[in-house]
Design a protein around this ligand. Structure first.
Ligand code: ADP
Ligand code: NA
Length: 330
């Protein structure tokens, strides 16, 4: 019995994933490996649509892959690979560009936001055609399921439109993918600015918990996290966003309910909560960090894993591309 296919990609945008990536994406990806034939792609071609440094990109690509493995992505069970190692992505990406309307592409809000931030001169055309490459990423594998963050919903909708368009113009070829935002995944917020989600794009690093950070750094960030003036450890997103965020993180990582934490910490101070939380976070981060460092210390083995992933992905992608090329008269 073949399992339904799942595709998801992650940008190699940093040396370290952060807690938001871990609870919001990675833990779900690890769980979904059994139910699906999962394909996880480090999307380094997407990463060059904004300014980058080649040496950093190379390091981050490997570091990202290593952290996924360290966190529980099993490269035997799932297919883990680097996008540029499978040329079919760029090839189908070109074709997707050729069936996308200019106006349609111009309506992508993520492009509009980023283009506004970088200015016309600082914006490359790749950023504009990014959603078409993303469509190619997904359609090459005829993925049934595509777990995406909220910010990728519009791109997934475009992917569905392009799949339908291609199918009606050139004959049934692509499976129209379903997106889903994993329901049970928690959202965590910046420790310094608990009304904004924890993100690598935050102006300051102080509220961002990074897997690869030293335990001391993590503890310091937690101890300095903003709380509030009333000293009660109680979950209330509106009135007590800082404390609520700490409780959420504690709960997600420990498996304890928020209610049981409120009881456990009743009458105790924020300092206690933070100290224990630092231990809970480190209990999660330390083994991932150690395993990541082991993987990075053996470049030949990591290469072997990624080459094997690219080979397996390439087989599926090449077969799809061959059909597509035949359909369009190449
Ligand atoms: P960032 O916001 O740091 O740029 P990405 O956009 O690269 O993060 O996020 C990759 C995935 O990680 C998203 O699809 C989302 O599922 C998850 N994620 C990111 N930040 C958070 C967060 N603060 N809380 C929960 N999940 C998050
Ligand atoms: Na982002």
């Amino acid at each position: 019995m073949t399992k339904p296919l799942l595709f998801s990609g992650m940008q190699p945008s940093s040396d370290s994933l952060h807690l938001g990536n871990y609870v919001g994406a990675l833990t779900n990806w690890v769980k979904m490996q059994d139910e699906f034939q999962a394909i996880y792609c480090v999307v380094n071609q997407h990463a060059i649509t904004t300014p980058f440094d080649p040496a950093d990109l190379a390091t981050r690509t490997r570091a990202t892959a290593a952290q996924y493995i360290a966190a529980g992505i099993d490269p035997e069970k799932s297919i883990l690979f680097v996008q540029s190692q499978v040329p079919a992505h760029a090839e189908l990406g070109w074709l997707m560009q050729c069936i996308t309307g200019f106006g349609e592409a111009s309506r992508m809000t993520q492009f509009k936001d980023k283009a506004q931030r970088h200015g016309t001169e600082g914006t490359n055309v790749g950023l504009f055609t990014y959603p078409m490459l993303m469509a190619a990423d997904i359609l090459l594998y005829n993925a049934a399921a595509v777990p995406v963050g909220e910010d990728q919903r519009q791109h997934l909708e475009l992917t569905r439109d392009l799949a339908n368009r291609f199918n009606s113009r050139f004959g049934e070829t692509f499976r129209v993918p379903e997106g889903f935002i994993p329901k049970e995944s928690a959202k965590v917020y910046d420790l310094q600015d608990p009304n904004s989600k924890m993100s690598k794009s935050a102006e300051s690093d102080a509220g961002l918990l990074r897997i690869m950070d030293d335990a001391k750094v993590t503890k310091k960030k937690i101890m300095r996290g903003v709380t509030d003036a009333d000293a009660e450890i109680r979950f209330d997103r509106e009135a007590k966003p800082g404390v609520s965020n700490l409780l959420t993180i504690y709960s997600v990582l420990s498996g304890q309910t928020i209610a049981s934490l409120e009881t456990e910490f009743a009458g105790r101070g924020y300092g206690d909560l933070k100290k224990e939380l630092a231990e809970v976070v480190e209990a999660t981060f330390t083994p991932i960090r150690e395993r990541t460092n082991e993987l990075l210390a053996d470049p030949a083995e990591l290469d072997r894993i990624l080459d094997r992933g690219a080979e397996r992905a390439g087989e599926i992608a090449e077969a799809t591309l061959a059909t597509v090329y035949e359909r369009i008269g190449f």
